[in-house]
Write a protein that binds this ligand. Structure first.
Ligand code: GLP
Length: 241
């Protein structure tokens, strides 16, 4: 695991975005795994700014998002579908048919998960996966205790994750209690991973991740065994590590 320490959230975002742009402009076809939350927002801003300036081409890019809340429609302001379109997809030329986000309003969630996993496999897997990390070590919405061999599945969100994400909702009752997420195995199968961590709320997660101990009680710990992962974290996130 390669760790790059940067000074600030902005530096983290710019460094990661530049790396993504290098890949986007180099490969004739590229499948990106994308994340939501506060951590990747800066990257998306940087990519949109670059697109406005340079018209970098995204027509050869396919994307798969990590997760989506169950019960939120696409146009719900807190759905990850909405987040991705607001922050990136509306602003660059990725063809809509190449954009994949699990649907949180499918009558059959199990079928939704299976089809999502099949689509990722059919395209040959994810080339570059962007990840944030939850304070309890969750990646995507894979909470502590999720088997490392898990594929795309339905999860019950822990109280701490719902509380952490409450800042986007009016109150805790509005935060969905379930989500669909790529599994840990799905994420691990990505050819390359970039994990972002910024700020004080990620300090304990960084200590655990960088300790090197691998345990299902801390989902991100499996990444210590990945052959091509880079953690980009700011000084504050790494303060105790
Ligand atoms: C959410 C998302 C994760 C994200 C995590 C951290 O629960 N499902 O994919 O990595 O929170 O979010 P943030 O970057 O806002 O700290």
């Amino acid at each position: 695991m390669k760790v790059i320490e940067v000074i600030s959230y902005d530096e983290m975002s710019e460094l990661a975005a530049r790396y993504f742009l290098t890949k986007i402009t180099t490969y004739p076809r590229l499948t990106l795994g994308l994340a939501t939350g506060s951590s990747p927002k800066g990257i998306y801003q940087y990519l949109v700014h670059d697109y406005d300036k340079n018209r970098t081409d995204y027509s050869h890019i396919t994307t798969f998002n990590l997760d989506e809340y169950i019960g939120l429609s696409k146009d719900h302001q807190n759905s990850y579908y909405q987040y991705m379109h607001d922050n990136l997809f509306h602003h660059v030329n990725i063809p809509p048919k190449q954009i994949h986000i699990p649907s949180g309003i499918n009558d059959n969630n199990q079928a939704e998960c299976e089809v999502y996993e099949e689509k990722i496999n059919a395209i040959g897997g994810i080339d570059l996966q962007l990840l944030g990390i939850g304070a309890n070590g969750h990646i995507g919405f894979n909470e502590p205790g999720t088997p490392f061999y898990s594929k795309t599945h339905v999860v019950n969100l822990t109280a701490s994750t719902r509380e952490a994400n409450m800042r986007f909702f009016n109150n805790i009752c509005e935060v969905p209690s379930q989500a669909i997420t790529m599994g840990i195995q799905t994420i691990f199968n990505s050819k390359e991973i970039i994990l972002l961590a910024s700020g004080q709320t990620k300090q304990h997660a960084m200590v655990q991740l960088l300790s090197g101990e691998v345990s299902e009680s801390f989902p991100a710990s499996i990444l210590n065994k990945h052959p091509n992962i880079t953690v980009i974290a700011d000084e504050e996130a790494l303060l105790l590590a």
